[in-house]
Design a protein around this ligand. Structure first.
Ligand SMILES: [Fe+2]
Ligand SMILES: [Fe+2]
Length: 466
């Protein structure tokens, strides 16, 4: 029995892995020499050469949300989901029609459709055991649980915003935080749109009311994505889908994908209702906190209309979703749906925590690179190094590793990118730096040929030297 089961599992994982490799092998996803992506929503670096590494038979566990295979899976899944939305570049399709055709074309569509369900199971299996909803059967229990979760979130502080406020380079840390919001901010409410069709009574109209607010009541200048782009421009940052693709972390990618995951499969509709209610309720206090932190750093030099709008409107949305969606669905459809509503609340809270923790860790790491040069010296090798050779024309991509690594420049010079704004970290021959497990980075050759080594080190997180 045992060997048969595991070999069947491997075959499934192998098939998924092969399909994903074929998808990522499209010229659209192989990247180019630039660190930020051009005004072309169809191109996004999926780092195909790193996709042979993950074991797609072994879903990331609850503590592995920032692992390499989690990042790889969520990049792919996010691309799958956005292929089911309409993305057109602001400047028009001149010169990009081929890419448009390939992105939405039959070949990639077949690969997506043949793997999306298995990839979702892989990417979100970690939620299955992480949430226990037994005993939740009445609207009263649901509401008490919901209120408790929201009060806890509102009490703050947000770990990611706390990391921004405590950073040595606060402006750069704030930019990295903005980038994590951009994933959703530039395509806001796209997942929600998938729950608007059908016929489900007053709750459908309540959700629609929220949806049209997100779309500025049909006024383009008031649409939340438009005012989000304005915030990016006020920081001198790119405002197109998805300039900062290479810098989206696994936690924020998973958060964004989660709402698509629930919206693609209406068996999970009640879970979606729980999740969106939680999200709308915690947004208002989160944006109040963000305004305080960003004003403290930038004064009036940053456009926070987006945050002010959400601090205001999401108080209203939080109320509508709780009363007219969450509790109304529980009353109308009875105890059988309550565990799913509750599961949505609990999962949204959990996954929102990954967003926060991942972003906070990346901010802290990229803010203390000199310290991580010192830590490299104190690390103990745990295996033979992997060697890479790069030229400045090679495609640029970012990745992370499941365990800590020491990056050592063997020949030439390199630029290390851990955050999308500000100068990269310059590293010369012999320089070494510790990359903690799960931290995102990209290396670009700064000399005609640069060779670097990646040494696996143990323990995962070496103690700071005395
Ligand atoms: Fe919004
Ligand atoms: Fe909202």
């Amino acid at each position: 029995m045992q060997p048969q089961e595991s070999s069947a599992g491997s075959a499934a994982g192998d098939t998924l892995g092969r399909r994903l490799l074929a998808f990522a092998g499209s010229p659209l996803f192989r990247g180019d020499a630039q660190v930020l992506h051009d005004r072309n929503p169809y191109r996004r670096m999926l780092v195909p050469e790193s996709l042979a590494e993950p074991d797609f038979d072994r879903p990331p566990g609850p503590g592995e949300w920032s692992s390499h295979r989690s990042l790889a899976a969520h990049r792919l899944l996010g691309t799958f989901y956005e292929s089911e939305t309409v993305l057109l570049p602001e400047q028009g399709l001149a010169g990009l029609y081929e890419d448009f055709s390939a992105f939405y074309g039959q070949e990639l569509k077949d690969l997506r459709e043949g793997s999306v369900s298995a990839l979702e199971r892989f990417a979100f299996a970690c939620l299955d055991d992480a949430v226990d909803v037994t005993g939740a059967a009445t609207p009263e229990v649901l509401d008490a649980f919901f209120q408790h979760m929201v009060a806890e979130a509102a009490a703050g502080p947000s770990p990611a915003l706390a990391a921004v406020a405590a950073a040595g380079d606060r402006a750069r840390a704030a930019d990295l935080y903005l980038v994590q919001l951009a994933l959703d901010g530039l395509t806001e409410a796209s997942a929600m749109s998938r729950n608007l069709a059908g016929a489900y009574g007053p709750e459908q109209s309540a959700l629609f009311k929220i949806f049209i607010d997100e779309f500025g009541y049909g006024v383009y200048d008031a649409k939340h994505t438009t005012i989000f782009a304005k915030m990016l421009r006020s920081r001198g940052m790119a405002d197109h889908v998805h300039a900062y693709w290479n810098f989206y972390l696994a936690g924020p990618l998973a958060t964004n994908n989660y709402y698509y995951y629930l919206s693609r499969d209406h068996a999970k509709f009640f879970r979606y209702a729980g999740a969106v209610t939680y999200a709308e309720a915690v947004f208002a206090p989160a944006f109040v906190e963000m305004v305080a932190v960003f004003r403290d750093i930038f004064g009036d030099a940053v456009d926070l209309h987006y945050c002010d709008e959400h601090a205001h409107i999401d108080e209203h949305h939080g109320r509508i979703t709780r009363e007219q969606v969450l509790l109304a669905l529980a009353e109308r459809h009875g105890p059988r749906v309550v565990p799913e509503l509750l599961r949505g609340v609990a999962e949204a809270r959990l996954i929102g925590g990954w967003f926060e923790a991942d972003t906070a860790e990346q901010i802290r790491w990229s803010d203390t690179l000199p310290r991580h040069r010192e830590l490299a010296g104190a690390a103990t090798a745990a295996g033979p190094p992997r060697r890479s050779v790069r030229t400045p024309d090679d495609p640029f991509g970012t990745r992370c590793h499941d365990g800590a690594m020491v990056l050592e420049i063997e020949r030439g010079e390199a630029e290390l990118f851990t955050t999308p704004t500000g100068p990269p970290e310059r590293m010369a021959r012999g320089d070494a730096l510790l990359i903690p497990a799960g931290r995102l980075y990209g290396v670009r050759a700064a000399t005609p040929e640069t060779a670097f080594l990646l040494h696996p080190v143990s323990p995962d997180r070496p103690a700071a030297p005395a």
